[in-house]
Design a protein. Structure first.
Length: 199
C-alpha cells in the first residue's frame, strides 16, 4: 500500500524539486531542462514531478516566485532595520547587492527570464509586484524627508536599473569580483546628488 503523503512531505518534495530546477535552469537554460531530467536529479520516476506540478513552466514559476519573495523580504528587512531615510537607502542597496551575489542562480532566473504566460501564475505575479515595490519604498522615505525631489517610482527605477546593470556585468564576468558593488555605490551617490533639492 503506498504511503500517504503528509502536507510536510509534499512541501519538502516541492522544495527539493524547485532547488534542483533552479540549479539546472541556471546552468543549462530553461529549454535544456526536462521533467525527466528533474526526476532523475531527485532519483524518482519520470512521472513523479507531475504529481506536484503541472509542467516545467509551473515549476519555473514557483522557483521564480520563491526567489522574488526572498528578495523582497531581504530588502524590506534592510529598510525596516535602518534608522534614517538615508540609512534606509544605503541598507536596501547593500541588501540588494548581497542577495544577488549570494544567490546568482536565483537572481538570474528572477530577472533575466520572462515567462510569456506569467499572468497564469498568481503567486509569481504577487511576488514580483512585492519585489518591485521594494525598489521605490526607500526612495519614498527620502522624498518625504526632503532629501530628494521627484517621482519616487521613476527614481526607484533609475536606482534599480543602475544596480541591476552593474550586477549583471559582474555576474557575466565583464567586471571583476567586487566591482559591481563599487560601481553601484558610485552611481547611487551621483544620482543622489542630482536628485537633491535645489539650494
Amino acid at each position: 500500500m503506498p504511503r500517504v503523503l503528509t502536507d510536510t512531505d509534499v512541501a519538502d518534495f516541492r522544495d527539493r524539486l524547485c532547488a534542483a530546477a533552479e540549479r539546472l535552469f541556471a546552468e543549462q537554460g530553461p529549454d535544456a531542462v526536462t521533467m525527466r531530467q528533474l526526476a532523475a536529479e531527485l532519483g524518482v520516476s519520470p512521472m513523479t514531478p507531475y504529481r506536484y506540478f503541472e509542467d516545467k513552466n509551473d515549476i519555473l514559476a514557483s522557483v521564480r516566485a520563491t526567489g522574488f519573495t526572498r528578495f523582497a523580504e531581504a530588502l524590506e528587512a534592510a529598510r525596516n532595520g535602518a534608522a534614517t531615510p538615508r540609512a534606509k537607502g544605503a541598507a536596501v542597496g547593500e541588501a540588494y547587492m548581497t542577495f544577488a551575489l549570494e544567490h546568482p542562480h536565483t537572481y538570474k532566473l528572477m530577472f533575466d527570464l520572462n515567462q510569456p504566460d506569467e499572468q497564469n501564475y498568481p503567486a509569481l505575479v504577487r511576488a514580483a509586484q512585492r519585489a518591485r515595490a521594494t525598489m521605490s519604498g526607500y526612495v519614498k522615505d527620502q522624498v518625504a524627508a526632503g532629501l530628494m525631489v521627484g517621482d519616487p517610482e521613476e527614481i526607484g527605477r533609475m536606482f534599480w536599473a543602475a544596480t541591476h546593470g552593474a550586477l549583471v556585468l559582474e555576474l557575466a564576468g565583464k567586471l571583476p569580483p567586487g566591482a559591481a558593488r563599487d560601481l553601484s555605490h558610485a552611481i547611487a551617490h551621483t544620482l543622489q546628488r542630482g536628485l537633491q533639492p535645489a539650494a
